[in-house]
Design a protein around this ligand. Structure first.
Ligand SMILES: NC(=[NH2+])NCCC[C@H]1O[C@@H](n2cnc3c(N)ncnc32)[C@H](O)[C@@H]1O
Length: 418
């Protein structure tokens, strides 16, 4: 009796080129090298395909493969791996800047950092990386007396930022430099490198790479990074309304049975992370836990390729385990020796920010009971081709202490593609 997959394999396989190497993380994932030609038998999901390489079969990440690619196509996709045209184009318009400036939690946290360090900022040299409209640089000039702030902005917004600096009488202190932080020249090393670089799930957009490169090139020995550190937090959660709206909905719409659409709904709505999700504190099934911690003084660009964290949650109340929710917190150390750090927490116990939280839905909910443990790991793997993207792979098992049976092993791969 052929397996379902073998049935589907009867269709003629298509040849794909591996654009880079991939090492399978468990027995049913294929391992291959850049340049290998794989035969794709079944596109089991938008992210994982059942493929074959020299007789070995297994799942391959679709984003690593290009159909009928030849060298020039490969070069083309490597031409703009940062998608800078689109990325800086979007920051050249007001929409995103309005969203960020309207985010009081975010903007006031940076204002508080400047305010609480205003004495120590006197006569310091500051770099504001990715200054956008220049709000952080203007806070520095308005609330403290640094000797100079280099406000670096790659998008066309920079020309307006210059006007805002002049309009607010800060041109003596703030110098706007248009260009990528990796490419511009500063006349001197800086004492403080401040930036608002965080993206969804902390790292999406990978602007953090630019911050690390600028740190290595422009931050003087003993200089200060703002943020100084960052943590990614995870919690198993209920998502009853999201589940009801996207899955239960198909049970009886207008008295009809639309359940045959539920597999489609699962594929379409639950295989991508839900950005801007607002989790209620009550939805948390256990105490949230920091799964990844980044020290902005020691973090290296190569560390960004794969970042893994472990977790062990103890379920504190019975309910439906619909998925995991993630958020981040960044910390700004004080310039004064014993001064208190400022933190910007984007979790459910803080004022909502424009990031809100990110919800990763399981294929199907699992009912859990108080005392169960949900343990496993989260792997953030940067896309080797599209450098602003990453996949999030969650492995977990549930050691229900109320059931004899086994764990339910599972792993889901989410691609944080725009
Ligand atoms: N928190 C985020 N996810 N994004 C908010 C900051 C993004 C701002 O930094 C600018 N920006 C991003 N990368 C760079 C770079 N390498 N060099 C200069 N400006 C940059 C970008 O044009 C935008 O104005």
């Amino acid at each position: 009796m052929q397996s379902e997959k073998e049935d589907e394999e009867d269709a003629s396989p298509e040849e794909y080129l591996a654009l880079c190497s991939f090492t399978g993380s468990d027995s049913d994932q294929l391992t291959f090298s850049s340049g290998d030609r794989l035969l794709v038998h079944v596109k089991t999901s938008s992210d994982w395909w059942w493929a074959e390489l020299q007789g070995d079969k297994g799942y391959a990440p679709a984003c690593y493969l290009r159909q009928g690619a030849t060298e020039e196509v490969e070069d083309a996709s490597l031409e703009d791996p940062w998608q800078d045209e689109e990325y800086f184009g979007s920051y050249g318009t007001l929409r995103l800047h309005l969203e960020m400036l309207s985010d009081k939690s975010r903007t006031k946290a940076y204002q508080q950092v400047v305010l609480s360090n205003s004495a120590s900022l006197r006569s310091k040299v500051v770099m504001d990386l990715g200054c956008g409209t220049g709000i952080i640089s203007l806070f520095c000039a308005q609330l403290a007396q640094p000797s100079v702030v280099y406000a670096v902005e790659a998008s066309s917004m920079a020309e307006y930022t210059r006007q805002l600096v002049k309009q607010n009488g800060c041109e003596e202190v703030v110098t706007v430099l248009q260009g990528r932080a990796e490419e511009i020249e500063l006349p001197e090393q800086v004492d403080i490198l401040v930036s608002e670089w965080m993206g969804n799930c902390l790292l999406f957009e990978f602007m953090v790479e630019s911050v690390l490169l600028a740190r290595d090139r422009w931050l003087r020995e003993g200089g200060v990074m703002w943020p100084s550190s960052a943590a990614l937090t995870l919690v198993p959660c209920q998502a009853n309304s999201y589940f009801a709206e996207n899955m239960a909905f198909w049970e009886r719409p207008y008295g009809l049975d639309f359940t045959p659409l539920q597999p489609l709904a699962q594929q379409e709505f639950f295989t991508k992370p839900k950005f801007s999700h607002l989790i209620e504190p009550d939805d948390c099934l256990s105490t949230p836990c920091d799964v990844i911690f980044l020290d902005m003084y020691t973090l290296k660009v190569k560390d960004l390729e794969e970042i893994e964290g472990q977790f062990q949650f103890c379920v504190k109340k019975s309910g439906f385990f619909h998925g995991f929710t993630a958020w981040f917190t960044v910390y700004f150390e004080s310039l004064e020796a014993e001064g208190a750090a400022v933190e910007l927490n984007t979790g459910p116990d803080s004022e909502p920010t424009h990031w809100k939280q990110t919800l990763f839905m399981l294929d199907r909910p699992v009912s859990v009971n108080a005392g169960d443990s949900i343990s496993g790991s989260v792997l953030l793997r940067r896309n080797p081709i599209w450098r602003r993207h990453m996949t999030v792979t969650l492995h977990w098992k549930i050691n229900g202490n109320t059931q004899e049976t086994d764990n339910c092993q599972a792993n889901i791969l989410f691609s944080l593609y725009t």
